[in-house]
Write a protein that binds this ligand. Structure first.
Ligand code: SF4
Length: 185
């Protein structure tokens, strides 16, 4: 339809990087992961009023293995932190994280020993979304900003980040391995 008018010669020139960015941004699947009040607003974007499916996100995935976007909606307690990290590790790469609301971004009003003071202590965050709670429109705006970021990310950057994370995991596990070795000697 309109496409033929824009491409009278039937030829479209682009780069592999642009195509990969386009495909990645239009096929993101969020993991189902609500933690507190912000999750109610997150759920609203899945309904017909906000209709997240318009952006290629047909559904929230119940398994992290079929998800590549984690929306951390709500405060993260210290006890939940390892669970969150495990879910993140199980997600397919390349993967992205949105910290939804002030609690996920910085601990918010919960400046105490029980709450992680920003989910970026646990997983790398791509977009910080302010508000308490942010409205569904704000979450959609954050998702579109993430799409722009993904579209303009150079090829190979995700792989570098993945390698860096694997190295960090190895370093974190090292003391545990040493303890186990000493105990079994
Ligand atoms: S930012 Fe506000 S709405 Fe969201 S989890 Fe924290 S207290 Fe609840």
């Amino acid at each position: 339809m309109g496409l033929e008018e824009k491409l009278p010669s039937g030829v479209l020139l682009t780069t592999v990087e642009q195509i990969v960015g386009f495909v990645r941004k239009t096929s993101m699947w969020p993991a189902t992961f609500g933690l507190a009040c912000c999750a109610i607003e997150m759920m609203a974007v899945g309904g017909p009023r906000y209709d997240i499916a318009r952006f290629g996100m047909e559904r929230f995935s119940a398994t992290p293995r079929q998800a590549d976007l984690m929306i951390v909606a709500g405060r993260v307690s210290q006890k939940m932190a390892p669970v969150l990290r495990t879910i993140y590790d199980q997600m397919a790469a390349p993967k992205w994280v949105i910290a939804m609301g002030v609690c996920a971004s910085s601990g918010g009003m919960f400046n105490n020993y029980a709450i992680v003071q920003g989910v970026d202590h646990i997983v790398p965050v791509d977009i910080y979304l302010p508000g308490c709670p942010p409205r569904p429109e704000m979450l959609l705006d954050a998702i579109l900003k993430l799409h722009d970021k993904v579209q303009n990310t150079k090829l190979g950057v995700h792989r570098e980040r993945e390698i860096e994370e694997l190295e960090q995991r190895r370093l974190r596990a090292l003391p545990l391995i040493q303890q186990t070795e000493e105990a079994t000697r």
